[in-house]
Write a protein that binds this ligand. Structure first.
Ligand code: FPP
Length: 240
């Protein structure tokens, strides 16, 4: 693995609606074209050796969007799963869904999700987590409930004890979060796992992000690492 490559990258895929509005198209068109950036980011991560990639596809708050948009997003994700499952599996990518036990997820999509999770569960080259019906606070509450259910004593409640009760406790902390479109908000995304992450807010709308925008972020991460990691450590060593 190349030096300075993030182990876990997470993307908040923002700006699909604005992309479409700028082109006087329906907002859903932005989501449809955004699938191209999804594919590029997965392929680039796979090619570069990023081992963990998480994509924020649908939040617990997104249920409040207009019904047609929610339905469109459900159909888009289902179509994407069907279209891309074979190549994801062929490339050794394990697929997981973070969140998503909401009864509002259409049953046929829930079945397709279960199918791709099962198909790819033994793959080891890379893990793609789709945060779907995800909320960071909701995930913390669920983990806390499990602690209580397990009868953990007060002084045994530690960060490790809580972290081990998340849906996928083997997922490493996020190293780099990329939120496209220039918006600078956390939006309830993986609150526990992003505690030490580097953040980037490229001024590019998600459909235009593509492989080029993603590679630029990986480069920037490498530079940040060199400045704040290696050199600082050398400076500290020289002072001793
Ligand atoms: C945010 O843009 C984007 C979403 C809520 C959906 C993202 C989903 C995809 C790109 C679809 C494909 C996903 C997979 C995993 C196959 P926005 O609508 O909030 O944009 P705006 O802020 O400009 O309105």
């Amino acid at each position: 693995m190349a030096t300075g490559l993030p182990r876990h990258v997470a993307c908040v895929m923002d700006g699909n609606g604005r992309w479409a509005e700028q082109k006087r198209m329906p907002r859903t068109e932005g989501h449809r074209v955004g699938e191209g950036s999804v594919v590029d980011v997965i392929e680039t991560s796979h090619a570069c050796g990023v081992k963990w990639l998480t994509l924020y596809a649908f939040s617990t708050e997104n249920w409040t969007r207009p019904e047609e948009e929610v339905e469109f997003l459900m159909r888009l994700v289902q179509g994407a799963l069907r279209r891309h499952a074979p190549w994801l599996h062929l490339r050794g990518i394990r697929c997981r869904f973070l969140g998503g036990d909401d009864a509002r997820i259409p049953p046929s999509l829930a079945r397709d999700i279960a199918d791709i999770v099962e198909l790819t569960e033994h793959n080891t080259r890379m893990t793609l987590t789709v945060a779907f019906d995800h909320g960071g606070r909701d995930a913390i509450v669920r983990a806390a409930r499990t602690l209580v259910r397990d009868g953990i004593a007060e002084d045994a409640v530690t960060e490790e004890a809580l972290a081990s009760r998340f849906q996928y406790p083997d997922t490493p902390d996020v190293d780099l979060v990329i939120r496209t479109s220039g918006e600078q908000r956390v939006s309830n995304f993986m609150l526990w796992q992003v505690a030490y992450a580097e953040w980037m807010f490229p001024q590019i709308l998600w459909p235009d992000f593509r492989a080029e925008g993603y590679r630029a972020c990986l480069e920037e991460y490498r530079r940040r690492n060199r400045r704040y990691g290696g050199l600082d450590r050398i400076d500290e060593m020289e002072m001793i």
